[in-house]
Design a protein around this ligand. Structure first.
Ligand SMILES: Cc1ncc(COP(=O)(O)O)c(C=O)c1O
Length: 329
């Protein structure tokens, strides 16, 4: 398949920088490079911009006038979808679930919620445990009956189309490390709805690269997450005309840093966010990149990530949620 022929709107500020983190590297004992996907541009940046380039093009091809998506109340994906809709003159309906156990002082009005409202999105706030998928499907049907043309983006933008954004990112990384003449031993990133890790792996496989990609889970156990990522990876490979069995043994996840669950604060996350801020002037987030970095730090401390190895951390964004968690910091 000619990957470059797939419809896409060009929004991402790419290539995003690949930066060395010298002070954090000194403390961790490894050579740490950070892929700044928090700097993708739209709405403060983050990983979803790359996915939305493909999803929005698909929505346009289908003649959509409204984007619907789903997430937690402080979803970064929802914020970036709302901005994308605003930029392209579409309506945006966000189905957002309250998350049990998250700090509540600023959760309902600050952070991403404040920005969703600025982008003009219509927020449907669901109670803890209410089923977002069913609500979104009903909303979809209701909009159709009102002669609107909705386009439903799954949670995290994680379907085959959205994941194409991370095939592009894989190619971007491979070009950057070739140009900078660096050997990378491992890529580390936060993994949730799975499209970022699956797309990245698909890009690596398609390019015949064997760099391991470790997903630090933000919501599921190691095994549950690996199953989710591999299922999506297989579908992406099929869509590219590649053998889905190339996915075998490629998916590596670590569920030891989730703590109490999605969006729930861990000591390791708080410490990782503070450490990166103070050592590198780098803002992580409380739900994804903070937990992923807490995993990377702990794996270095335990010696599981070898001293002197070259690690590439993909900063997937999310610092817009920090103010919703202010009492924690
Ligand atoms: C900041 C941030 N990092 C990482 C992720 C995880 O990406 P994925 O859902 O594709 O696994 C998300 C998902 O919303 C995110 O917002």
């Amino acid at each position: 398949m000619d990957f470059s022929a797939i419809s896409r709107v060009k929004i991402t500020h790419a290539p995003t920088p690949l930066e060395f983190a010298p002070r954090l590297s000194d403390e961790l004992g490894c050579h740490l490079l950070i892929k700044r996907d928090d700097c993708t541009g739209l709405a403060g940046g983050g990983n979803k911009v790359r996915k939305l380039e493909y999803l929005l093009a698909d929505a346009q091809n289908q003649g959509a006038d409204t984007l619907i998506t789903i997430g937690g109340l402080q979803s970064n994906h929802a914020r970036q979808t709302a901005a994308m809709a605003a930029k392209f003159g579409l309506n945006c309906e966000l189905v957002l679930e309250d998350i049990q156990g998250t700090p509540k002082k600023d959760y309902y009005h600050n952070g991403n919620v404040l920005l969703d409202n600025l982008f003009g999105a219509n927020i449907h706030k669901l109670d803890i445990g209410q089923d977002c998928d069913i609500y979104a499907e009903n909303l979809f049907k209701k909009l159709i009956s009102h002669r609107r043309r909705p386009y439903l983006i799954p949670v995290g933008g994680s379907n085959v189309i959205g994941s194409y954004g991370y095939i592009r990112c894989a190619n971007e990384i491979l070009e950057q490390i070739a140009y900078q003449n660096i050997k990378i031993d491992q890529i580390v990133l936060a993994t949730g709805s799975a499209g970022t890790q699956a797309g990245l792996l698909a890009g690596m496989i398609a390019a015949n690269s064997n760099i391991p990609v470790l997903g630090i889970c933000v919501s599921k156990s190691t095994q549950e997450q690996a199953i989710l990522v591999e299922a999506l990876l297989r579908k992406i490979l099929v869509s590219l005309g590649l053998n889905p069995d190339l996915a075998k043994d490629k998916v590596k996840c670590n569920g030891n840093y989730v703590g109490g669950g999605y969006g729930i604060v861990t000591d390791g996350m708080v410490s990782a966010v503070k450490r990166c801020s103070k050592l590198e002037g780098l803002l992580l987030d409380p739900v994804y990149s903070g937990k992923a970095m807490s995993g990377l730090i702990d794996l270095c401390d335990q010696g599981i990530i070898p001293t002197g190895s070259n690690q590439l951390f993909i900063h997937t964004g999310g610092s817009q949620a920090l103010s919703a968690y202010q009492e924690v910091f």
